[in-house]
Design a protein around this ligand. Structure first.
Ligand code: FES
Length: 570
């Protein structure tokens, strides 16, 4: 069968001449004889520091592609640095996915290697690849090594929150806090906790979209480059076998990913990302699947933010395949990987080498992990909480609401010594959903009021329509849908209302009569600071973004357009 790239390069007509001639800057004539052309969708960027090493990874992929008889082609794509991009990288996830999708479709390529790392990069690459459905394989950039401060390991992200709370609570000097800064990031690679980047790298592997055994390899580890070489070789084979995302990413593979997400104690951000990826493929996945399939799965990994260790400990202890072997009976044996073999066929050899870091099934960190999906008159379309990152005594709680309309409002008032708040108060932050912010930032784990920190309070119930960093922790109810800016009841809660959280019953309610709730008219006006954008991506985003419970994709990006382009450019 004629390769896709041959549609550009084969033949003797003027158009084929143009396509070949402009590419002959190092490529020999036999590059156009029908061999697979493999794009390397590369999110390397100096402004995405977690991915800045990906050019080196790309070189190893190139060598693998060449060795297998293909032609590697570097394709820089939109990159998002989680710590830098304003107002939040999530605003740009769908833009990155859309731009990459269109670039993959528009160019003469037969397959693609997806190089990602920092939080939004792997999700956006997978969304793009799913909508184009060319043979695609993810090569995760890997986590950084563990830094230490005063002799103790530092979990990047998680320890920033902890140390800054120590400063606010008066237990750490600002000078000491700033001294920790140079130790926080020890090496190349993404955050080394079980945050969103680590989670999405591992989830990509469980979905079947990486070479098995690769995700979680630390970025500076020489085995990462060996894996990149192998991934390049595999991409060529995938084109020859026509192994596409639609054959790998099935409902079975998504349910396997949910089991793994629970067992590793992964980030809540995986919920919106997996729903968005599934939406691109038409896979029937809903938010309740995370609760139905994930609850009851034991937490087997003792990693920050909920636990003690970090990603290089995880890799040393046996990594993802060792975890999956422990929950093998919960995995669908039919789900395939990019190699053409089922995921479960890779588990026989897996071993746990450190049972402190990765627990055996009979000795879990926690018996029931996963993500709980809550409903009630405060979240008619659902909200999520990660019980493993919460305080057990707060999982059933009744308290008075203290409402902040915006992040700025919260910052202005939170540390006011006269703020009417105690440890039982339920902190509510709204205006942080996909439309409201816009972009659904990671602000749901709002800081605790300074005067309560000084009293020794370490956790409170917090409720928000935004997201939470995968490196954060606490009793935080997030992704409340509909969000306040979409007319959800979160927009009409008033300070002083009683809020009832009951995670075991999966309920989140405001204790006011239904008539009163109905009488409080939800409107965008209740979301202080919400201004409908006038132009540009923000306008397109706010006008089209869906709610968190379906993945926060743009409504017109859901689904797939395939890889065919019928019209010539000249
Ligand atoms: Fe890039 Fe955490 S900031 S992974």
């Amino acid at each position: 069968m004629e390769s896709r790239s041959s549609q550009w390069y084969a033949g003797t007509d003027r158009n084929a001449y143009i396509h070949r001639a402009w590419m002959r800057r190092g490529l020999p004539a036999h590059a156009f004889d029908g061999r697979p052309h493999i794009a390397i969708a590369n999110t390397a960027s100096d402004l995405t520091p977690c991915n800045s090493h990906l050019d080196e990874v790309a070189r190893s992929v190139q060598q693998g592609v060449y060795e297998a008889g293909g032609i590697p082609l570097n394709l820089p794509v939109v990159s998002l640095g989680e710590t830098l991009v304003r107002p939040t990288a999530m605003l740009w996830r769908n833009m990155a996915a859309m731009a990459t999708e269109e670039l993959l479709r528009a160019n003469p390529i037969d397959g693609v290697v997806l190089l990602g790392g920092c939080d939004k990069t792997i999700p956006s690459l997978l969304m793009a690849a799913a909508s184009v459905d060319l043979p695609a394989v993810v090569m995760p950039g890997g986590p950084m090594l563990t830094g230490t401060f005063r002799g103790a390991p530092l979990g990047c992200g998680t320890d920033v929150w902890k140390l800054s709370e120590e400063v606010r609570g008066g237990r750490l000097s600002e000078a000491e806090f700033l001294r920790s800064e140079s130790s926080m990031i020890r090496s190349r690679g993404h955050c080394n906790t079980m945050g969103t980047a680590s989670t999405m790298g591992l989830v990509a592997e469980v979905l079947g979209m990486t070479m098995p055994g690769v995700a979680g390899t630390p970025a500076p580890d020489s085995r990462l480059l060996e894996a990149a070489h192998g991934t390049g070789r595999l991409a060529v084979e995938m084109v020859e076998r026509e192994r596409r995302p639609s054959t790998v990413l099935t409902r079975a593979s998504f349910l396997n990913a949910i089991v793994a997400l629970a067992a590793i104690g992964g980030s809540t951000n995986a919920v919106v990302h997996l729903l968005a990826i599934a939406g691109r493929l038409g896979v029937d996945l809903v938010q309740d699947d995370f609760d139905r399939t994930g609850s009851g799965v034991p937490l087997l990994v003792d990693l920050q933010p909920a636990g003690r260790f970090l990603m290089d400990d995880f890799h040393r202890a046996g990594g993802l395949l060792a975890v999956l072997r422990e929950v093998r009976d919960l995995l669908d044996p039919e789900a395939l990987t990019v190699t053409g073999r089922p995921l479960v066929s890779y588990l026989d050899e897996a071993r746990i080498w450190d049972q402190e870091v990765i627990r055996v099934r009979d000795h879990p960190v926690r018996q029931d992990a996963g993500i709980a999906v809550l409903y009630g008159n405060l979240a008619p379309d659902g909200a999520v909480i990660k019980p493993a990152a919460a305080s057990p005594h707060l999982l059933r709680h009744r308290g008075r609401a203290l409402v902040f309309d915006t992040v700025e409002d919260m910052h202005a008032r939170l540390d006011d010594p006269d703020l009417d708040v105690d440890a039982d108060t339920v902190l509510i932050l709204r205006g942080c959903g996909p439309r409201g912010y816009p972009g659904m930032p990671e602000v749901s784990n709002l800081p605790l009021p300074q005067k309560l920190l000084a009293q020794g309070v370490r956790d409170m119930v917090r409720i928000c329509d935004g997201r939470m960093s995968g490196t954060a922790y606490g009793t935080v109810v997030l992704h409340v849908a509909p969000e306040a800016a979409a007319g959800g009841p979160l927009g009409v809660v008033e300070t002083g209302d009683m809020i009832v959280l009951d995670v075991a019953a999966r309920r989140l309610d405001i204790e006011i009569p239904p008539e009163e709730l109905a009488a409080r008219t939800p409107s965008a006006a209740t979301v202080a600071g919400f201004v409908s954008p006038a132009r540009g991506w923000e306008k397109l985003y706010v006008d089209s973004v869906q709610q968190a419970n379906t993945g926060a994709d743009l409504d017109f990006l859901v689904g797939s357009s395939g890889h065919k382009v019928s019209r010539e450019s000249h």
